[in-house]
Design a binder for this molecule. Sequence first.
Ligand code: UDP
Length: 232
Amino acid sequence: MYRRVLLKLSGEVLSGEGNKGFNDDAVKYLASEIKKVSQHGMNIGMVVGAGNIFRGKELKGVTNSIADHIGMLGTVSNALYLKDYFEKIGIKSVVVSQIVKLPSVRSIHYDDIELYFNSGYVVIFAGGTSNPLFTTDTAAALRAVEMKAEVLIKATKVDGIFDKDPKKFTDAVKYDTITYDEAISKNLKVMDTEAFAICQKYKMPISVINFFDKDNLLNAVMDKKIGTRVIP
Ligand code: UDP
């Protein structure tokens, strides 16, 4: 069982695939999966995206960096929404970010993050990398390395990494393991090249799982053989 994990969730986990905003059932499912894991006492860091609110590239006619700032603010909205929901069902959590100064958001400070983990808080990293032109996949890779996670768990809606899109091709083949080099050279869309490159450089294993199979998150933190593992 891992002692410290970083979970990357895309914003659509909060809205339901292809939807915007928040969906009660979707958030309830997410919270119940997190609760199961948090009860085992491991340190959980989370990076949440903002695809359910804004993705920079979807904002046509807006200057790239400004559109990305709008996207990053969306990740703060999601993090606060989750924190509030978690609190109501008894999951202790804290939102940390460098991009906003709000009474509900703490700044990122390594010593404090250790204290939050030691006190059993889920740490929700909001605001991506704090820079435009990146995505929350890259933020997840950075935060995983910074917080010394043992694995980056990438939550997806399919069973792992496939040689082609399994939603479009019935003959798509799933990898049980794949190297960072292969993932980058085959241009597999599961994460950005930047995110793969950071994980490769710092030897951060990535576990790609189907988040929508009940208990999969728990199985991933128990290091059961599910999904696809990206390794050196
Ligand atoms: N974003 C950014 N810098 C970052 C992370 C995110 O500018 O380091 C912006 C970018 O516009 C991105 C949006 O925030 O499209 C939401 O993040 P992402 O697309 O990764 O969300 P997801 O698809 O995972 O829900």
